[in-house]
Design a protein around this ligand. Structure first.
Ligand SMILES: *Cc1c(COP(=O)(O)O)cnc(C)c1O
Length: 364
């Protein structure tokens, strides 16, 4: 047996006819940019998340940088973000000229809220919370700190569509929620796509204009914007996928429960679930101090894995200018050297799950 770490085709073939019909309908409609599918998807997704508004954009990274732009974050400002995130979270901050200030993660791989206040200065303007691997962060603590210091909160929900904290979905706690619909995400399109969610009329209006050259009415440009529109075909496909998002989360949850129950080896650290947090298991991430040997061992058996992420943003070449040395974020760096994502996807068969479990349990 050969198992890939992720498979995006299984979900497509499960509802193939519906996806093909949706794409064909757009092709045949003669209307290809900002049509009814984008408008309807925005309504449907806002309703799903539980926010007042959703505005579609071209990608998750665009959602992030446009969110900070909407909040007026600029050069000279500082934004707090966890050290162990995907580099796009950080780029969302730095594209606007602001400086990322890294906070160490907790044992759930989310921002350690006990370490946030130490990093606040008079330049701090916002906290970017990343609900990494599908698990909601402790939003009660984050919101309390933000209120105390008058900071904005932006949520990076790229890996956590439908995840919740104390029954409330991510993307509704902060000022803005940022979503990616990159194909490998739980709510994945068939190309690039993204969105922001917000309860603010002002932010909604800004993003609505900004994504379309700063214009609400054609050829009347109120501000210098960009072209970051959610594609009409992707919106049509996302409307189909949104109908099955609960199915996807439930299926992944079942796989995760089985992994947690049946994985049994001292060589690895299993993921922990925070009380009050309902994870959607975008990734199932284990830790292993002998990670390289484990990867080779699993590879030889036919089990593919991925590292999310091997180089933390502060040590990447792109962020050398921040002058943060190795050792400056020890927990982030330890996680980067030990984390490993094992196969987890929609349509994973019980045999495939068993194969992964058996091979992991014989490592050592
Ligand atoms: C995927 C991802 C992004 C970026 O989304 P794109 O649509 O690929 O631009 C941002 N943040 C996190 C945490 C992600 O996983």
């Amino acid at each position: 047996m050969q198992i890939m770490p992720n498979r995006m085709d299984r979900e497509f073939y499960k509802h193939q006819e519906e996806y093909e019909k949706a794409a064909l309908n757009v092709l045949r409609s003669g209307w290809y940019v900002l049509g009814e599918n984008v408008a309807e998807f925005e309504k449907e997704f806002a309703e799903f998340v539980g926010s007042k508004y959703c505005v579609g954009v071209a990608s998750g990274l665009d959602a992030l940088w446009i969110a900070f732009r909407a909040l007026g974050i600029k050069e000279g400002d500082e934004v707090l973000v966890q050290g162990n995130t995907y580099i796009a979270s950080v780029m969302g901050i730095t594209i606007n000229g602001a400086r990322p200030v890294f906070v160490e993660p907790d044992e759930y791989y989310n921002i350690d809220t006990c370490k946030i206040e130490d990093k606040i200065t008079d330049k701090t303007k916002a906290i970017l919370v990343v609900h990494l691997y599908g698990q909601a962060s402790n939003m009660t603590s984050v919101m309390k700190i933000a209120k105390k210091y008058g900071l904005y909160v932006v949520e990076d929900c790229a890996q956590a569509h439908g995840a919740s904290w104390n029954g409330q979905q991510v993307g509704t706690f902060g000022d803005i929620g940022c979503f990616s619909f990159y194909p490998s995400k739980n709510l994945g399109a068939y190309g690039d796509a993204g969105a922001i969610t917000t309860n603010s009329d002002q932010i909604r209006d800004f993003v609505h204009m900004f994504r379309n050259y700063g214009s609400e009415k054609r050829y009347y440009n109120k501000l210098v914007g960009t072209n970051s529109r959610l594609d009409e075909i992707q919106a049509a496909l996302l409307r189909v996928k949104l109908k099955y998002i609960q199915e996807v989360s439930q299926e992944k949850k079942k796989t995760a429960e089985r992994y947690l129950e049946e994985l049994d080896t001292r060589e690895i650290v299993l993921p922990k679930i925070r009380k009050g947090s309902d994870s959607v298991w975008h990734q199932f991430v284990i830790r292993c101090s002998r990670r390289d040997s484990l990867i080779d061992y699993l590879n030889n058996k036919g089990v593919g894995t991925i590292i999310h992420y091997p180089i933390p943003p502060h040590l990447s070449e792109a962020y050398q200018y921040l002058e943060l040395d190795k050792g400056s974020l020890p927990i982030t760096e330890q996680y980067a050297s030990e984390v490993l994502s094992i196969p987890m996807y929609t349509g994973m068969t019980e045999d495939e799950q068993r194969f992964v479990i058996e091979n992991l349990n014989t490592f050592g």
